[in-house]
Design a protein around this ligand. Structure first.
Ligand code: DGJ
Length: 729
């Protein structure tokens, strides 16, 4: 891969043999977006841009009446000087003006990828993996410099972007908006796809055509949110799972975000993504630098499937970190849906005894073990074990589990405080609040003010003591409300709108310290399920509790939608009881197992109460999971049938060497007198011969992909099957 500056054509060209990204310098000042897509041979790249004077579009260069910022496809458009479309940034100078004029100053090309201080990001393990272009723009009147960072990876069809703003002058500058990326596509015949939902119904897929004007998704909840994932994709009209052009953009950030698309009258499509400008500003003192979170931009000419596989690979290998990054994870049992707040040490041990016998490796103690928390009304912040429930403490329980040969994991919700807690009684100003205003409760709790260094330091030390208090090998880090009355007692009035972003920086610092201090703890992030399923959290915690909805049928949509961006290795999935606690549905145990086995398998039920037959089934499925888990967790995903389109769902994972594959098929409601049907597989080696589930018959990969695999007659609702394909010698 490489980055070139073509002096004659005034073009920066980033390419890696498959993907190419071009930025053209126009009039020596302005950065125009020339191209992003498949790399191709070209004699005159500088002729890509077209110019024409348009009525009501300002003339930014009097000597060139064809030129206007209003119609130029741009790289990082300003506000206030001629482009009336969605700006990428807006700065306010000490005189109150928000007009800026940044022009090109210089560039630097470097090997590797520089760190973004205090923020999560994609990384490299050696400098040969990526090259970075830094373009510096300057507004000399304002005395502010801006660096645009572009990294191209050698092995992934990915460009990453981020922006830093430096105050080079002597006055304060207020950043009112600064997105992480902006791209102007030269046409508008696209669909856009995003992931929407709510609690227990996260990341449902929505695809619709673009319209003229602005369309956007965002979160102002203080978390990336259940409602909108910080991701969107542009798709060519013909794009499917396997075919067509797809541009996927995702933000490495867990807080308020905005992703917007604007189609202008000349069919230019502008996409931008970054911190939500709503209720955001940042005061930059002389000498200070502000840097945006990073945006990941994936290009796929192999449809949505190609986009997802690229996201999965980079997330698995260059977003997630730590010793668990490349490891399969222990099969766990969590006591939440089994007991909720009402457990005794005896009950936990009963669950653990049976779980161990069936092959489960880790026991997770969920909410309710601390303070006097017998419901969700108290004790968050008082991270001291409840001696009534656990007379032998966490240490006692952990030793018992270790004695069984199981590991011990613990639930915490560190970012929160209950008004009924010693922490709140002693430090009532430690939560986000606005003096004199109501402190709105949600799930009876308030949010600690992590924009404060002292609060973060207290949390780091409190959690360090807690994590050292027993042999803890797993932590579930929960976060069960969104933010209201966002204000901080320590910030001056002119910095109050920095609170949300400072909160994220505080949280990231805490996570950095704790994950470094406790490298052997497997952290799983959670926000009432998937309310913060994003690349920011995955940088610190390599898996996320996908949803509080554990119903097998609902999970098909949730896991399918989640897989647009996130790999199976990042998803926690549990087998729970029936009737299901969220929707009351009765599904067979094997289907619940088969859905959870498509991710990091876990259990969350009174396993000790299962019948003999059901226990035998669980034991058998766990053994089978051990055989397939490497392919599922580290293989390439191919989505075959969508739960959003009918009763059938299917997906498959293929090992990198294509010698093994695992196919998951589910049918929610049976069809009477159904037509013949074959499931066409993808991603296999056409020339290799495969055996399915060790049956005698052998098939060519080609045959399974072109003719398909036949399925048994299905005469029951909630049918599911897993097929394990192995190369036949
Ligand atoms: C929300 C989580 O998503 C659940 O799994 C459980 O941990 C509860 N919080 C506990 O309060």
């Amino acid at each position: 891969m490489t980055i070139e500056w073509k002096e004659e054509e005034k073009i920066f060209h980033l390419y890696n043999g498959r993907v190419s990204y071009m930025i053209q310098l126009v009039h020596g000042k302005y950065l125009a977006h020339a191209y992003w897509g498949n790399q191709f041979q070209m004699m005159q790249p500088s002729s890509i841009l077209q110019f024409k004077g348009r009525a009501f579009s300002p003339m930014n260069e009097p000597s060139d009446p064809r030129f206007s910022l209003d119609t130029l496809p741009q790289e990082f458009p300003a506000f206030g000087n001629g482009d009336f479309r969605t700006p990428a940034y807006r700065l306010q100078s000490p005189d109150g003006s928000t007009v800026t004029h940044f022009v090109y100053d210089s560039f630097e090309i470097m090997k590797g990828k520089p760190l973004i201080k205090g923020l999560p990001m994609t990384y490299v393990e050696n400098t040969l993996e990526a090259d970075t272009l830094v373009i510096t723009m300057v507004d000399s009147m304002l005395g502010v410099g801006m660096n645009l960072y572009y990294t191209i990876y050698r092995d992934f069809d990915i460009i990453t972007r981020s922006v830093s703003i430096e105050n080079l002058g002597s006055g304060e500058v207020s950043i009112q908006q600064c997105m992480s990326m902006s791209v102007d596509f030269h046409n508008s015949k696209w669909d856009w796809l995003h992931l929407q939902g709510t609690w227990a119904r996260e990341r449902h897929i929505e695809r619709r055509p673009l319209i003229h004007g602005v369309q956007s998704i965002s979160s102002s909840r203080g978390a990336s949110s259940h409602q909108h994932n910080p991701f969107l994709a542009l798709l060519s009209k013909d794009a499917t799972e396997d075919h067509g052009m797809v541009y996927g953009i995702s933000l490495v950030y867990s807080g308020n975000f905005q992703a917007s698309i604007e189609v202008d009258p000349f069919e230019t499509t502008r996409i931008s993504m970054g911190i939500n400008p709503l209720n955001f500003s940042w005061l930059l003192n002389p000498g200070e630098i502000f840097q945006t979170p990073e945006a990941l931009m994936v290009y796929s000419s192999e449809g949505l499937g190609g986009m997802s596989r690229t996201f999965h690979k980079i997330i698995r290998s260059r977003v997630c970190r730590g010793v668990y990054r490349d490891r399969t994870r222990p099969i766990l049992i969590n006591n939440w849906e089994a007991t909720y707040f009402h457990f005794t040490e005896k009950k936990l041990k009963e669950i653990a005894d049976v779980a161990k016998d069936l092959g489960i490796e880790l026991f997770v103690l969920d909410d309710g073990w601390f303070g006097h928390r017998d419901n969700d009304k108290s004790s968050l912040g008082d991270w001291v074990v409840n001696g009534k429930k656990l007379p032998h403490g966490l240490k006692g329980l952990a030793s018992y589990l270790n004695g069984l040969g199981m590991q011990f994991g613990l639930w915490v919700e560190p970012e929160m405080v209950s008004p009924d807690s010693d922490l709140y009684r002693n430090h009532s100003d430690w939560c986000l609040h606005v003096p004199g205003r109501n402190r709105t409760l949600s799930r009876n709790q308030l949010v600690l003010d992590l924009s404060r260094e002292d609060v973060c330091n207290w949390l780091i030390e409190t959690l360090t003591t807690l994590f050292q208090s027993a042999s803890i090998r797993y932590v579930k880090w929960d976060m069960n409300r969104n933010m209201t009355e966002v204000g901080s007692a320590l910030l001056p009035p002119e910095r109050q709108q920095e609170t949300s972003h400072r909160y994220m920086l505080g949280l990231y610092r805490i996570l950095e310290v704790l994950t470094q201090r406790f490298p052997e703890i497997l952290f799983e992030s959670c926000s009432g399920g998937g309310g913060r399923f994003d690349l920011g959290m995955l940088y610190y915690m390599p898996q996320t509790w996908t949803s509080d909805d554990t119903d097998a049928v609902e999970r098909l949509k949730i896991q399918y939608g989640t897989s647009m961006v996130y790999p199976a290795l990042a998803m926690g999935a549990h087998v729970s009881d029936v009737p299901n606690h969220q929707v009351g549905r009765m599904t067979p145990l094997w289907m619940r197992c088969h859905v959870a086995m498509a991710a990091n398998l876990g259990f969350e039920l009174n396993i000790d109460k299962l019948s003999r037959d059901d226990k035998a089934l669980v034991r058998q499925e766990i053994q089978f999971y051990h055989q397939i888990k490497n392919v599922v967790l580290f293989g390439d995903l191919y989505r075959l049938l969508s739960p959003f389109e009918g009763m059938d769902t299917a997906w498959m994972y293929v090992a990198e060497n294509q010698e093994q594959a695992v196919v998951f098929y589910y049918k929610t409601l049976a069809t009477p007198n159904p037509p013949f049907f074959r499931l066409k597989l993808r991603g296999l080696n056409p020339k290799l011969k495969y055996k399915i589930n060790d049956n005698k018959r052998v098939y060519y990969g080609d045959e399974l992909m072109k003719i398909g695999m036949s399925l048994p007659p299905i005469k029951t609702d909630f049918f599911s099957e897993i097929y394990y394909l192995k190369r036949d010698a």
